[in-house]
Design a protein around this ligand. Structure first.
Ligand code: FNR
Length: 403
């Protein structure tokens, strides 16, 4: 893949640009994608309430979205081995609850980096949420605030970090990729501080390449890509620029070769807590500690990046062991049930994040859909905790799991 295509994937996850663009097919893809900006999401107010499990949102989302948009959200890279494994690995883990535990209710609240949240479930950063629903990240942020949890706003979500911050009062973190221009990076961090974000999450697992997107020639509409880049700070781009020019600009705007230096710089630049997202091994966890970071997210980008990487729940325990309490460990990938959250916390995660379930629920019913997805997971986790005799999140431990 050429650098231009790769950078496109990096910032917006779109893959259609490796094909078609030069001969005009991208324009068609862009039109198709444009339909995705205003799906009939939530047109039937009853839609979200018909879901009893977060996977029920898959069909509701499929009905509301153009095929290319739905598949962009749902698919994984190449053979989708990692995507499937993320989900299946949770199902391989058995829970063995104690008998006669005398617990009737559970308090799901916990803290991450000292911030109190109502349950150990947060919203993961998701690009182009505006294609799932016109309110996109604004609706997700509101649903998270309503649920008392953290929304990790994606800097590629389709709304600016200020727009997202203004949408809701809840605690927010900002996820960024690494801009090639250090001044832009510096301004992004300052803007995040000013807008009240409480942590910066830097995503380092790069290289999305998904067959579904290639087949569908999925590409973000010009308007969306332009807004995204202007929101990042590239205000020299205007509507006068052609789609081609914007794509070319985007291709050179991001650092795709990552090294420790960026984190050293970032550590000196902000006093906000910094997390690295994309850790899968004890070695990587140790690097995060050496860099003085505050937390890490065990993540394989939901199986959207390099296929063949391990399921996150399978590597979590080793990472937690290597970290040995020196920074906080979060995880994402494959969370579809409250019981999955219990398993992740039992293996040492402070909290989990949800990506696809959030996007499906958003497409199905906007803010109400995401609120419903969070409520379903909360209810399932409550049930799992009570069944396991855990009245508090801190009481969840590995003794509940059969290994
Ligand atoms: C993502 N993810 C993601 N991560 C990130 O750090 N920045 C981003 O812009 C995006 N974009 C994105 C788009 C879409 C449509 C999806 C589904 C995911 C990855 C996300 O934060 C998270 O790591 C995974 O989604 C977790 O796996 P599940 O919950 O989808 O199984």
């Amino acid at each position: 893949m050429d650098r231009r295509a790769f950078s496109q994937l990096l910032t917006l996850g779109a893959a259609g640009l490796t094909v078609g663009h030069a001969n005009g097919e991208a324009a068609i893809a862009a039109e198709d994608a444009e339909e995705g900006i205003a799906p009939a999401a939530g047109a039937n107010g009853d839609l979200p309430s018909s879901a009893v499990a977060v996977d029920d949102f898959i069909e509701l989302a499929r009905r509301n979205l153009p095929k290319a948009t739905f598949e962009y959200i749902t698919s994984g890279s190449e053979d989708e081995v990692t995507l499937r494994d993320n989900v299946d690995a949770f199902r391989r883990i058995r829970v063995l609850p104690p008998l006669l535990h005398g617990i009737e209710d559970a308090d799901l609240s916990t803290t991450v980096l000292g911030q109190k949240i109502s349950m150990p479930i947060m919203l993961a950063p998701v690009a182009v949420l505006r294609m799932a629903h016109p309110q996109g990240a604004l609706a997700a942020a509101r649903a998270a605030a309503e649920a008392g949890t953290i929304h990790v706003a994606g800097s590629s979500a389709g709304h600016s970090l200020e727009e997202i911050a203004e949408a809701a009062d809840g605690p927010k973190w900002l996820q960024i990729y690494v801009p090639a221009d250090r001044d832009i990076a510096s301004r992004l961090v300052r803007r995040a501080e000013q807008a009240g974000y409480r942590a910066i999450v830097v995503t380092v697992d790069l290289g999305e390449r998904k067959d579904a997107d290639l087949r569908n020639r999925f590409a973000p509409p010009k308007e969306m890509l332009l807004k995204h880049l202007r929101d990042i700070g590239f205000t020299q781009l205007t509507e006068q620029n052609t789609y081609d020019e914007i794509l070319a600009f985007n291709a050179s705007a991001w650092r795709i070769s990552l090294d420790a230096e960026f984190f050293e710089w970032l550590r000196k630049t902000t006093s906000l807590p910094i997390l690295i997202k994309g850790v899968l091994s004890p070695q990587a966890a140790k690097q995060a500690i050496e860099l003085g970071l505050n937390g890490l997210v065990v993540s394989n980008h939901g199986g959207r990046r390099l296929d063949g990487m391990p399921a996150t729940i399978d590597v979590l325990e080793n990472v937690v062991e290597a970290v040995d309490g020196r920074l906080e460990v979060l995880m994402d990938g494959g969370i579809r049930r409250g019981g999955d959250v219990l398993k992740a916390v039992a293996r040492g995660a402070k909290a989990v994040l949800i990506g696809r379930p959030q996007a499906w629920a958003l497409a199905a019913g906007g803010q109400a859909g995401v609120a419903q997805a969070l409520q379903i997971l909360r209810d399932e986790l409550t049930n799992a905790m009570v069944s396991c005799g855990c009245s508090k999140v801190e009481e969840i431990d590995a003794s509940l799991l059969m290994s």
